[in-house]
Design a protein around this ligand. Sequence first.
Ligand SMILES: [Zn+2]
Length: 303
Amino acid sequence: MSIRFAVTLDPLHIGAGGYRLGRVDNTIVRDAGSGLPKVPGSSLAGVARSYLVQILDGEEAEKARACAASADNDRGNCGKCLACRLFGYAASGKQKKSHIGLLRFYDGDIIAFPVSTVAGPVWVTSPSALAQVLAPADVPVAREDTVLVDGALPSGMKKINVGWLYLDAEPAGDSLTALRAALGNDAAKRFSRLALAPDWLFAELVNSNLEVRTSVSIDPLTGAAEEGKLFTYEAIPAATLLAFDVDIDRARCAYACDADGKNPVDADEALRLLDGALELCGVLGMGGMCTRGFGRVRFLEGA
Ligand SMILES: [Zn+2]
């Protein structure tokens, strides 16, 4: 398990595609069991591949760019450039074979979710969210109908409003110490006040505090809104803490050679390149509505 923490700098919209849920037209991808929004590993793999091609230099860059261009021309991927070896390729166009890549991208989960309270923003987490990123022994136990708040509350405060719920608040003690340690110093400043809630409450809080925005299509001829083209879309809000598990198949790296049968993939170098590609997610973003101020995700340095 190789966990990478990330924080959304803008709302993040990874569309579920084409179905309407309640009042929202364009919904985001959710976990079938928990109902919590998530970021599919395939979405991250897609942007990581495209950003990797941008950060490569020298010969590898030329090969990867030529491969990306030939894929567009329906000739299929080359199967031998670094992007093909790390991310895999499918049989298409003149490429008759397909191959799985060396990198493994798993779905990204919401680990801590920002909710406004009278005492300022609080990042709420839950035992099942923490179980995604901590060793089983470090996963804290939550209290029913109570939030355990880490970070000082105004003196005498015994209850707190998290979103529209008004709940008992108690000090977290060392319940969230393991999460703080995993996040490291950079993140400790960013998430000033964490709170532990039971799982049922976490799902409720997340789903009732998602960002919902409204847009309208513009008629290019009149420059005005088109009749009946108002639509709404939901998004994971800015400042949400996410975690992605990304790994590399080290055993197969030695066999992943270039077109001349040389230069097998160095796993550590590949992971460094991946980090460079993921850094671009903090600048160029991922997911939908990237051209409208959505989608930047900054990967954190870690502990
Ligand atoms: Zn290629």
